[in-house]
Design a protein around this ligand. Structure first.
Ligand SMILES: Cc1ncc(COP(=O)(O)O)c(C=O)c1O
Length: 293
């Protein structure tokens, strides 16, 4: 594990970059070597892929973004706004419930203004009609999509692989990450050197559409679809934010053996998938799991 470097980024946020790499030794992996890219340690309030995605989205001015009432993205944008001194507006799906839940209370403490859209308006959140109404209410803003996946986010996530190359001297074969909107995988895969591949594990049921999303995001950011990647859809455990006793048991066992509690919504699903797919990989294969939060 590398020393904890904490440089200040141009945006003024102290971040632990490069994030550390740690090896997991586990007999259940057979002959496969598993390394964890600990992006969860990048920043206490803007961890993992949140920091990667926000890095090139941070600029002075007013930012408006969307999310559910428990969204980690909303929290991270509020924290980034407070750290960098720009205004943030969070548009939340559904009605206001008082007192605010801990996520939204945290966002407000960090200076975020909240607005609410009922579920039908929320589904139309990217239409000119809804955006114009929000501009009439809040003035001009930069719009960050739900989940923060846009071209700038893809460029931020494309820095994961060059970091790994420097840390591991290129000695890895496969890099894995969880997938929600596809931005992290789009960037991760785009940054890979030739001969390395990426697998994204969908945390959503019916994630087959994510191939198109990842390709769309790569085209938007880089003008082309690039990198050797695929989305694995067999480890959603019932769908977004769902889990099963089997997944929870796996995460408990992983925490007991390795001292790391995996986030059940995304990271534990990826890790379960890696442990399953490891049975099919050649002994000696080096797999890197990006701990995205
Ligand atoms: C911890 C964690 N991992 C992975 C993801 C999925 O990333 P993406 O939406 O870029 O596919 C998210 C959602 O943003 C997340 O919170």
């Amino acid at each position: 594990m590398e020393a904890a470097a904490v440089p200040r980024t141009p945006a003024g946020i102290a971040a632990r970059i490069p994030s550390p790499v740690e090896e997991v030794r586990d007999e259940r992996l057979g002959g496969v070597r598993l390394l964890l890219k600990r992006d969860d340690l990048i920043h206490p309030e803007i961890p993992g892929n949140k920091w990667r995605k926000l890095k090139y989205n941070l600029a002075p001015g007013r930012v408006l973004t969307f999310g559910g009432a428990y969204s980690n993205h909303i929290r991270a944008v509020a924290a980034a706004g407070a750290a960098c001194g720009f205004e943030t507006i969070g548009v939340i799906r559904g009605e206001e419930h008082l007192p605010l839940n801990p996520s939204l209370a945290y966002a407000v403490e960090r200076g975020m203004r909240l607005a609410y859209l009922d579920r039908s308006a929320y589904r139309r959140k990217h239409t000119p009609e809804v955006i114009d109404a929000l501009r009439a209410e809040f003035g001009d803003f930069r719009l960050l999509p739900e989940g923060g996946s846009n071209a700038a986010a893809v460029r931020g996530c494309a820095e994961i692989a060059p970091e790994l190359d420097a840390q591991l001297g290129g000695r890895y074969d496969l890099v894995c990450c969880p997938v929600g909107t596809g931005g992290t995988l789009a960037g991760l895969a785009a940054g890979l050197p030739p001969g390395r591949r990426a697998i994204g594990f969908s945390a959503l049921k019916g994630g087959e559409f994510l191939d198109d999303e990842v390709a769309r995001l790569q085209r938007e950011a880089l003008g082309r679809v690039t990198g050797d990647w695929r989305v694995e859809c067999g480890f959603h455990f019932g769908g977004y934010a769902r889990s099963t006793p089997e997944l929870r048991e796996f995460a408990d066992g992983f925490a007991a053996r390795h001292g790391l509690r995996l986030d059940l919504v995304y990271v534990a699903k990826m890790m379960y998938g890696i442990f399953t797919l490891a049975r099919e990989l050649a002994p000696g294969t080096v797999v890197v799991a990006v701990i995205t939060g």
